[in-house]
Design a protein around this ligand. Structure first.
Ligand code: FMN
Ligand code: SF4
Length: 398
């Protein structure tokens, strides 16, 4: 179930006709589609907030006979479950967004990379694709437009969090071990099978379809100048009403918590395990790419939560999911986990805690991909904002 803020209004995705998006697309030149998405200011909903139009422009400009559009449906970030709901209820909108992207960049093949745990969604998605082929919304000459040929296939992930990172995802699609690639080259230039490839999050593609159906100005009615539009949030933890919500970007954390019944929280983890832990004293901050960014995960911690237990839980996840390719992440996440265990027992000295924080900062700078770069985030923000919890257990003398 998705809940909109204003219960009297239909949820945006429910109110947009996916066919209208594609009809608008075929009536435009490729450059006009790119310009509309650019004018909307749409930024990627997968976490990094990269401008969608920049990605599509680069892929459109790349040389290559064959290009690909990949829908990243790996959704492995702890606390994130909004893409699952979009794929269940609005798969046509996602397919329309992929098809629009294909038109804009000149791609002929699309792939939905579906999280292994979402295998149960595959028959539904195959049905959607078959219906679309039957209605000339996929396949050769889409909506009768000469030269507009595009089809989508589904490939399954196998349960590795790192395969949500776009270059690891591409390695996995090619049948290799899912390890992030060095960048550059970027996928827009050298992606799947070394061809230009646009990888976008499920929600980004659904919003792109909405923008092409309703226009950039419609989209910009919500959000901030730098973070335009609405966004879906997966809200979990110590709240009265967990679920998937639609809010405008720029909403304060306090306002979001009021909507979901989490007013007495002591902290909110915005952006999942790889995000930031925001204490109650900073709940007036906004959720936006220019302030506290998120791919959509909001995990709420009530007054009785032990924040070190939270940090331990996240670090166990990163130790398990690190692909092991680079030393800062492989070794660093293990050291941080050991350190948190010592902190919980009260056997970590102040000197060692400082070293752990230094190690975390090194990981942020020196890890090869976003997994290792963000693995220390939660611990560092918990150490910064919950000193009393931590110092209470730490011997002060070295
Ligand atoms: C470890 C890791 C896991 C990721 N997992 C996902 C994911 O499950 N879904 C997703 O859309 N993006 C994920 N990303 C971000 C992708 O690399 C990429 O930025 C995104 O798919 C681009 O789409 P967007 O621009 O539409 O947001 C992940 C990144 C990292 C570093
Ligand atoms: S940062 Fe971690 S997940 Fe990323 S490449 Fe290095 S070891 Fe692998």
């Amino acid at each position: 179930m998705i809940s909109s803020v204003d219960k009297t209004c239909p949820l945006t995705f429910a109110s947009v006709d996916p066919d209208a998006a594609l009809k608008a697309v075929v009536g435009k030149k490729r450059s006009e589609v790119l310009a509309e998405v650019a004018a909307s200011g749409l930024k990627g909903r997968g976490g990094a907030g990269f401008p969608t139009s920049v990605k599509w422009n680069l892929a459109a400009a790349a040389r290559g006979q064959e290009k690909f559009v990949i829908c990243n449906a790996d959704e492995g970030e702890p606390g994130t479950f909004k893409d699952r709901v979009i794929l269940s209820d609005y798969a046509d909108l996602v397919c329309a967004g992929m098809t629009a992207a294909a038109y804009a960049i000149g791609a002929t093949r699309g792939i939905i990379y579906l999280r292994g745990e979402y295998t149960y969604l595959r028959p539904h998605l195959e049905d959607v694709l078959a219906r679309r082929r039957g209605r000339s919304l996929l396949g050769p000459k889409i909506l009768g437009k000469d030269g507009f040929d595009f089809d989508i296939e589904i490939r399954m992930g196998a349960g590795a969090y790192v395969c949500g990172e776009e270059t690891a995802l591409i390695e996995s699609l090619e049948g290799n071990r899912g390890e992030p690639r060095n960048r550059p080259p970027f996928p827009v230039d050298t992606g799947f099978m070394s061809r230009p490839t646009a990888v976008n999050n499920v929600e980004t593609l659904a919003w792109a379809a909405c923008i092409l159906a309703n226009g950039a100005e419609w989209f910009k009615k919500h959000g901030t100048e730098k973070s335009t539009g609405l966004k879906l949030f997966s809200v979990s933890g110590d709240v009265e009403r967990p679920g998937v919500y639609e809010f405008p970007l720029g909403i304060t954390i306090a306002e979001l918590l009021r909507h979901v019944g989490g007013e007495n929280a002591k902290a909110a983890q915005i952006g999942g395990a790889s995000g930031h832990c925001v204490p109650a004293s900073q709940f007036e901050r906004t959720i936006a790419f220019e302030d506290v960014p998120t791919g959509g995960s909001v995990i709420v911690f009530g007054p009785d939560r032990d924040m070190l237990e939270v940090a331990e839980n996240f670090l166990e996840f990163f130790v398990e999911e690190s692909c092991g390719q680079c030393t800062p992440c492989r070794e660093g996440s293990r050291k941080l986990l050991e350190g948190v265990k010592m902190l919980r027992k009260g056997t970590c000295s102040m000197k060692y805690l400082r070293e752990l924080c230094g190690l975390g900062q090194t990981m942020q700078l020196a890890s090869k991909c976003g997994l290792g770069q963000s693995a220390p985030n939660a611990l560092l923000s918990i150490v910064e904002h919950f000193k009393d919890d931590i110092l209470g257990r730490t011997p002060q003398a070295v």
